[in-house]
Design a binder for this molecule. Structure first.
Ligand SMILES: *Cc1c(COP(=O)(O)O)cnc(C)c1O
Length: 381
């Protein structure tokens, strides 16, 4: 599949070559652990053991690389497995990382409770301000980590500006692109060194698989990551890889519809008397709106808002949902609602990443926008 093709075409065809044996137009689920060798070391397709490589996973990995404009994609058992592999590839005891003050709670927990035990230190900085990130660098810094839009506050960071800060300091810029997906934003083209995904979310898109990915452009780093992926072993299984590859085929049309519905939801909420603040980068009053408009094709499907009346009022709104499903996660075709303070971000309580207690987060799905607005109106009473 040539890189000349447009995103929509690559999403459907990259990595999806017809099965050489049968002509099946979709890569089969190679549910297999090992491969017959024609004489010792005589591998037929380069495959010897499915932790190292599996044809269904290879199809997904080629697709991921094409969509992010990278030279290599790697698929993992979850987003956090991808992050763990990346961090233990890039970092050694004594190294330092700058992490954002707004990030997925599990990412923060990985730094604070796991990686820090191995002698890696981190500082928290407001990544929507490149000068604040620059100020947080130390001589030991190896990585700047950023998530944009961020979870759950929908903060926007200027990837190009942060890539400049990283390059000047000789450190690597990692971008968690889960909220945007490569259809809306391509961090490698803006100067990032590594893209991270929880493919559980928009890439899979149907709330039926947990997975993660890393995409890079640098061949040497790609080799190191491939080595660690195999050495650490948290790979995506064949069926999971197949589900993500299947989901990606409709990513472009889904993201258009997610963005359209979320724009309508954000507009309605910003005029609702019970809502004190709406966090959506598509709103002109959002502090990151201009940056988002510059680096994103549309503003995505995630909307957060604060409810008048504090924590209990916010919880009450969530509990009244009918069409929106009360649940964690995001990025599926069905709309979800949650209370980050008590659900996804409970692990950030008491830290610099604690979220407001009156915050509600929506993953706006691709149902009828009218039906979604009606449900939100009845929830807010
Ligand atoms: C869900 C999520 C992760 C973690 O991914 P898992 O697949 O749940 O391990 C990382 N970053 C962001 C932004 C997420 O939303």
């Amino acid at each position: 599949m040539s890189d000349q093709h447009s995103f929509e075409t690559l999403a459907i065809h990259a990595g999806n070559t017809a099965d050489p044996l049968t002509g099946a137009v979709v890569p089969p689920i190679y549910q297999v652990s090992t491969y017959k060798q024609d004489g010792v070391g005589g591998l037929r397709g380069g495959y010897e053991y499915s932790r190292s490589a599996n044809p269904t996973r290879t199809a997904l990995e080629e697709n991921l690389a094409a969509l992010e404009g990278g030279s290599l994609g790697l698929a993992f058992a979850s987003g956090l497995a991808a992050e763990d592999c990346l961090l233990r590839t890039l970092l050694s005891p004594g190294d330092h990382v700058v992490i954002p003050n707004d990030a997925y709670g599990g990412t923060f927990r990985l730094f604070a409770k796991v990686v820090s035990r191995w002698g890696v230190t981190f500082s928290v900085a407001n990544s929507s301000d490149p000068a604040a990130v620059r100020a947080a660098l130390t001589p030991k810094t190896k990585v700047i980590w950023v998530e944009t839009p961020s979870n759950p506050l929908l903060g926007i960071s200027d990837i190009e500006a942060l890539a400049g800060v990283a390059r000047a300091a000789g450190v690597r810029l990692v971008v968690d692109n889960t909220f945007a997906s490569p259809y809306l934003q391509q961090p490698l083209a803006l100067g990032a060194d590594v893209v991270v995904h929880s493919t559980t979310k928009y890439m899979g898109g149907h709330s039926d698989v947990v997975g993660g990915a890393l995409i890079v452009n640098d061949a040497a780093l790609g080799e190191e990551l491939t080595y660690h992926q195999n050495a650490m072993g948290a790979v995506a299984g064949p069926f999971d890889a197949w589900l993500v590859l299947r989901g990606i085929k409709t990513l472009a049309v889904r993201m258009d519809r997610h963005s359209e519905n979320a724009t309508r939801v954000a507009d309605m909420l910003s005029r609702h008397p019970r809502v004190s603040q709406v966090l959506y980068p598509g709103l002109p009053e959002h502090p990151g709106h201009e940056t988002a408009a510059k680096q994103m094709k549309a503003f995505g499907g995630m909307v957060s808002f604060r409810v008048e009346g504090g924590e209990e009022a916010a919880v009450e709104v969530c509990n009244r949902a009918k069409l929106f499903t009360l649940g964690e996660s995001l990025g599926g075709v069905e709309s979800l609602i949650e209370h980050p303070g008590r659900m996804t971000h409970a692990s950030a309580a008491g830290s610099a990443l604690e979220v407001p207690a009156d915050l509600v987060r929506l993953s706006v799905g691709i149902e009828s926008g009218d039906d979604l607005l009606a449900d939100l109106k009845q929830m807010l009473g």
